[in-house]
Unconditional design. Sequence first.
Length: 428
Amino acid sequence: MSQPLRLGIAGLGTVGAGVVQILRKQAALLELRTGRPLVITAVSARSKSKDRGVNLSSYAWEDDPVALAKRDDVDVFVELMGGEDGPAKAATEAALALGKDVVTANKAMLAMHGQALAETAEAEGSVIKYEAAVAGGIPVIKALGEGLAGNEITRVMGVMNGSCNYILTRMEDAGLPYADVFAEADGLGYLEADPQLDVGGIDAAHKLALLSSLAFGTQVNFAGIELEGIERVSIEDIRAAADMGYKIKLLGVAQMTGRGLEQRMQPCLVPDTSPLGQLQGGTNMIVLEGDAVGQIVLRGAGAGAGPTASAVLSDICDIARGYRGSVFGQPAKTLQAATPALSQRAAAYYLRMTLLDKPGALAKVASVLGEAGVSIDRMRQYGHVKDTAQVLIVTHKTTRADIDHALASFADTSVVSGDPVALRIEEV
């Protein structure tokens, strides 16, 4: 009989407990599919006494995840603790230094330290696998690294944070303001302990950084992402977008240009008839575009015990089968340090502003846009409230630089109240 693959699992939260449950339930099937038994030898977590709904008594316990990573009876270190630094990084480095393979769901750690960890892994003959770090149960890492290996990837795009998608779709369906739905999502446990990781777009941007590296052969560069969360999206924006045939999504987009690597994570409008426009609730969707294959759309659960544990198991099975490979699709030392590039590709924009009830107000707005080189496609004005009126504009294709020039100039018109909202309309 083949030697078992011995696993040490650090982190026994929702995902870690889910991995244990799948390994127990599917032990015979997994052995048939990989050709060897998959066994847990030791585990580690913050509290040994906590009830996790799964019996852990047959596994050795380590209080220190670094000690777990160094155990002689652990072949694969499964890191499910989270956190870009601290115990997760220390234990991962300890495992790699001993030539052990690592499976992780930790997008923050890889987004911030992926290049160094990849170089260490490859120098030691180890692998780091991280299917669970991006889009939960959707096999997008395998799709990019294996299924589309023969393609030059032209664009990666998607909704990568289910909590944000839940908030935006719930706002529309229930007609509720952002603050109410945020509180509801937090009460349901849909948000991270630090909600800014979700609604600020940080969690999704970590994922985009990993996909960009894999897609374009570049070093992971989280700092190069244009980042904006969903906090400023109002119920008025959602209603107005729907009235014009669009949905608002927190959308990640990455593409290589002659100027460098564009990476954006920001609220955008997408056509309501598009696959992204029809995405509801906490579901994720990744769109991959390649020169040979065209467009591929992957949709599924982006979080949760089952989907994320499923992704962890897929990586463990690859290691059991002997599937190796570079962390980011090619040797780490060959990854290029891409030049970050702000998007200059022309796109239509949605603008919302509050105008004071003054003669010629609309004419002044149109004049400012014209002087900035921005052409108006559609304009709508809604009812007056306390001597002000909401005005919505959809522009023809223009650049963000021209939009920013116009936004800065509105302050000098004396007819615009507050800060206008500008959202890109993405072609999908």
